[in-house]
Design a protein around this ligand. Sequence first.
Ligand SMILES: NC(=O)C1=CN([C@@H]2O[C@H](COP(=O)(O)OP(=O)(O)OC[C@H]3O[C@@H](n4cnc5c(N)ncnc54)[C@H](OP(=O)(O)O)[C@@H]3O)[C@@H](O)[C@H]2O)C=CC1
Ligand SMILES: CC(=O)C(C)=O
Length: 318
Amino acid sequence: MASKVPKVKFSNGYECPILGIGTWKSKPGEVTQAVKDAIDIGYRHIDCAFVYGNEKEVGEAITQKIADGTVKREDLFITSKLWNTFHRPDLVRGALQQTLKNLNLQYLDLYLIHWPQAYKEDGELFPADESGKILFSDVDYVDTWKAMEPLVNEGLVKSLGISNFNSKQVKRLLEHATVKPVVNQVECHPYLNQVRLKQFCESHGILLTAYSPLGSPDRPWAKPGDTQLLDDPKLKAIADKIGKTVAQVLIRYQIDRGIIVIPKSVNKSRIASNFDVFDFKLSAEDLQLINSFDCNGRFVPMTASLGHKYHPFENDEF
Ligand SMILES: NC(=O)C1=CN([C@@H]2O[C@H](COP(=O)(O)OP(=O)(O)OC[C@H]3O[C@@H](n4cnc5c(N)ncnc54)[C@H](OP(=O)(O)O)[C@@H]3O)[C@@H](O)[C@H]2O)C=CC1
Ligand SMILES: CC(=O)C(C)=O
């Protein structure tokens, strides 16, 4: 079934729907229905990750919507991510194979290194010492990438990408990569608009995907009283002026900048309203105004990895 979502083209020629659905924090008991609803509504791009612990249930939705004839596999764009405990080159293939098995797929459209920093490879997804401090591994993400490259030729993944890489890490990876990354998936919204990283990545043929585009209000470490992007009165004023919701403005903000965007929801009416963004565009003035809200405001700072030599947000400007 055709979908009205526009696609962007990667540097390797593959195309990707500019709007997808996120699945972090979508509970196993609710994500199957959410993904089926999303596909019925018209979503064709699903963002997954091994560490989200729900790939099997996402896979059930995909399998059911292919079986009932709503979509074919080739209509869908499925992303997943290599978790930090599988960076060691000899672990990469097995990690992908587990993800493919979970999702009940023969191939992924896009496989990302989830974070540049590796964790100790001992089976726990968040290996920690007695005091709760995460145990790091010093595997170099370039070596991880080199182990991912053959997966493309073998037809197990169509494209490779990265996530949470800063500009210096992108540059260093490009110096060694034979298969070029097509995407850098990073946190992106008006409080962290990533203007410089976007310009840098695009100059190297890499598109951005915006994660936490609504400010991730259900992030596990949110505290009462924390700033809520969705409640920002300046965004509300823009949304009211054009007769849209703040969430729709936040999603359109990315689409109008050519950034792929993956809002998460498990609620059918919100999944539908987040998709209802193709009958308007933000004006140049509104885009400029929203750009001015940037305050280096990060909702996903990955503090558990602070001190890791490859932590992307500690030492480099962008
Ligand atoms: N690569 C990486 O390291 C990361 C990747 N991601 C990816 O990006 C996706 C999106 O980011 P995420 O952090 O989940 O946060 P989002 O910014 O997408 O926000 C999700 C939250 O917003 C709520 N919501 C969704 N739609 C609306 C709406 N229209 N009005 C009001 N509230 C709404 C959801 O609730 P409800 O479900 O009840 O509707 C949920 O609480 C993730 O799910 C994941 O796939 C995210 C973080 C890191
Ligand atoms: C949500 C996610 O992908 C994280 C925190 O790595």
